[in-house]
Structure formats: structure tokens, C-alpha cells
Design a protein around this ligand. Structure first.
Ligand code: ZN
Length: 355
């Protein structure tokens, strides 16, 4: 394993950020190259735990000569966000300086322009430098996994519809509980990587640009799902997936049948709160619900049940996520439900579900 650091100068004197990169060299030039990063939203650590437990597995594989495709890991991808504390809490989703989401506004370029990501990079703001370094590394791989998590959630993934159903091997290796298929039209990291491949990536003898490739966002359950049992299990899942794709030698041991919902983003019902107040959930994430089921009660006037507002399921489906907070404003999101019906809530066309 080769350890290195990318150094990014801060925007004012006296500040610099260091981005650790762990790399394993592959022995087979034809094997897929792998890039994985975690905690791009800096407080989302389940993926960091998975990579922490994956590293010794890869070191053992390296000692056996089993690493076939080059593997690059960035276990904590966002030192800028990790250092942003506001009133005692980490703000790792939005850059405070530019107010942009660390997982949005990536350059949408073609494969031929990939080298330009690093040209003149020193003149850019630190957050732009970070994004370009990450995108440059990721788009040089064939298998790109960006490891995030949701609030309270199932284990699910967002991926471009071109990778499905080939990515069933990932769903089975990881034990995914749901798959959400996107149209690739956002500026999120996974879509920016796909954009690069889809614009020039078919000219390298693959046929279709998606052949042998995958770029996805994995939502490793909820923010608090960080522990050694899950971390080791997820590391085993990642290892098995890399074996199935031929990046690591050996027979994959972890297989689970995938039986969860597969929904395009226009089939994800964002259940938003009709009122402001305390949230009393009636249903857990992972549960299958029917249209009209009682999902939650919003207590708008504590002590006066007259103010209670019942939130009903807008459709049949599976509850994939729930918000962590127990107080919401009107129109704040409460749940995501994967359904077989077109969503009633209008998504910004060609984009992500959330800001
Ligand atoms: Zn995230």
C-alpha cells in the first residue's frame, strides 16, 4: 500500500488542507481500476468505517499477490468540511464560504478534457481544488464508489440507469436493500464521473461507455450506523464486489439475494411535512406501506390534540429513509418512499432529489 497526501492551500495565509490517499498497485493491466471515497459529506462516516476495515483486507490480498486492478481509496474525502464547526456541530454538507453542497457543482466535462481538471488548479478556491482533485482521481478508474449515508435509512444506492441491472452483483455483494436509478443529469460527484465517461468513454474498445464501469453513490444507512460490526460487514461486501468484478483475485464469499425495490428518481415519493411541529413517527424505515397508511403525526400544538396533523402515505411503496430530527418546519422532508407509481412531488427535472 502506498500512502500519499494531496495538499490544498487554504484561501487565506496560514491554512492548508491535507487529503490522505491510499493506493494499491494492480498486477493486471486489463483488470478494472477502482476508486472509492468516503465522507465527502464530512459527517457521514459509515463509509469511512467500511474503508477502515477494508484496508487490512486489501493489505493481506496484496501480500498474496491478489490485487489485480489498481485500487485507490480516500477514506475521508473532505478535510474542509470536517473543519467547519458551527455552534458545536460539524457542517460537512455545505461549504460555508461558497454555500455550495460539497456533492454538487462538479465540472461536467468530457474524457478528453480530464487532464485539464488539474491545470492551473492553484489559482482556484480551496473547495474547487478539492473537487477537481477528487474528480480527477475518480474518473481515471472503472469502478467508482462514493460512500455516503442518509439520516435514518436502509442500505441503498443511487446509480445511473445505464449501470442497471449489471450492478446486481453490487446489490448482492453489499446486501443492498433498495436501488434508486438516476438519469445522470445532476452535478453530483457520481454523475460528474459518469458524464466524463459518457462523453468520450466509448472510444476505448468497450462498445458502450458503461461497459465494465460503474459510478454510484452508496447510502450506507444512517448517520449513527457507525460501528465495528457494520464496518466489517460492509468491508466484506466491498471486497466481494471487487472480486466479482475481477479487481481482486479469489472466489467471492458474500452473496445475498437482492429483493428490494428498484425505483427511478421520479418514482421516489418525497414525503414532506404538511405542518411544523414535533414528529411522532408511526412507521419505521424498511417497512412496506400502502397508500393512506398513517406514517407520522405532526404535533403542532403540544398539549392540544386538536392541532395534531396526520401524515398519510401518498402511495404504496417501501420507506427507504426517515429524517433524524424530531422537529420539522412546514415542507421539510420526513421520508423517502420507493414506489412503483410516478412521484406526486415534482423533482427539479434532470437533477438530484435534494439540495
Ligand atoms: Zn452525503
Amino acid at each position: 500500500m502506498h500512502k500519499s497526501e494531496i495538499t490544498i492551500a487554504g484561501d487565506v495565509p496560514g491554512i492548508e488542507y491535507r487529503l490522505p490517499v491510499l493506493a494499491f498497485e494492480g498486477s493486471d493491466a486489463d483488470a478494472p481500476r477502482v476508486y472509492m471515497q468516503a465522507a465527502l459529506h464530512a459527517e457521514e462516516l459509515p463509509g469511512t468505517a467500511a474503508l477502515h476495515f477494508l484496508v487490512p483486507m486489501l493489505q493481506a490480498a496484496e501480500a498474496r499477490g491478489d490485487i489485480l486492478g489498481g485500487i485507490t481509496l480516500v477514506p475521508r474525502a473532505n478535510p474542509i468540511g470536517a473543519g467547519q464547526y458551527v455552534n458545536g456541530g460539524m457542517e460537512g454538507r455545505f461549504d460555508l464560504g461558497s454555500r455550495t453542497n460539497f456533492n454538487r457543482d462538479y465540472p461536467l466535462i468530457g474524457l478528453g478534457e480530464r487532464a485539464s481538471l488539474l491545470e492551473g488548479i492553484e489559482a482556484l478556491p480551496a473547495v474547487e481544488q478539492l473537487k477537481r482533485h477528487l474528480l480527477h482521481m475518480a474518473s481515471g478508474a472503472d469502478l467508482m464508489l462514493d460512500l455516503h449515508c442518509d439520516d435514518e435509512s436502509q442500505l441503498y444506492a443511487y446509480l445511473h440507469e445505464a449501470y442497471w441491472p449489471v450492478a446486481m452483483d453490487l446489490a448482492e455483494s453489499m446486501g443492498l436493500e433498495a436501488v434508486l436509478l438516476s438519469d445522470g443529469k445532476s452535478s453530483a460527484f457520481e454523475d460528474a464521473v459518469t458524464h466524463i465517461w459518457a462523453n468520450g468513454g466509448g472510444a476505448d474498445g468497450r462498445g458502450h461507455w458503461a461497459d465494465g464501469r460503474i459510478s454510484l453513490t452508496m447510502e450506507f444507512r444512517g448517520l449513527a450506523d457507525v460501528d465495528p460490526v457494520l464496518g466489517r460487514m460492509d468491508a466484506e461486501g466491498l471486497y466481494a464486489f471487487l472480486q466479482r468484478r475481477g479487481a481482486i483475485a479469489g472466489e467471492p464469499i458474500r452473496r445475498e439475494a437482492f429483493s428490494g425495490p428498484v425505483a427511478g428518481l421520479d418514482y421516489v415519493q418525497m414525503v414532506d411535512s404538511p405542518a411544523s411541529g414535533m414528529v411522532l413517527f408511526e412507521r419505521e424505515f424498511g417497512e412496506v406501506v400502502e397508500k393512506g397508511d398513517h406514517l407520522a403525526t405532526i404535533v403542532a400544538t403540544p398539549g392540544d390534540a386538536e392541532g395534531d396533523v396526520r401524515v398519510l402515505a401518498p402511495t404504496d411503496g417501501t420507506i427507504v429513509t426517515r429524517v433524524t430530527r424530531r422537529f420539522v418546519r412546514r415542507a421539510d422532508n420526513l421520508m423517502k418512499i420507493a414506489s412503483s407509481e410516478l412521484s406526486l412531488a415534482k423533482r427539479k427535472k434532470g437533477g438530484a432529489l435534494e439540495d
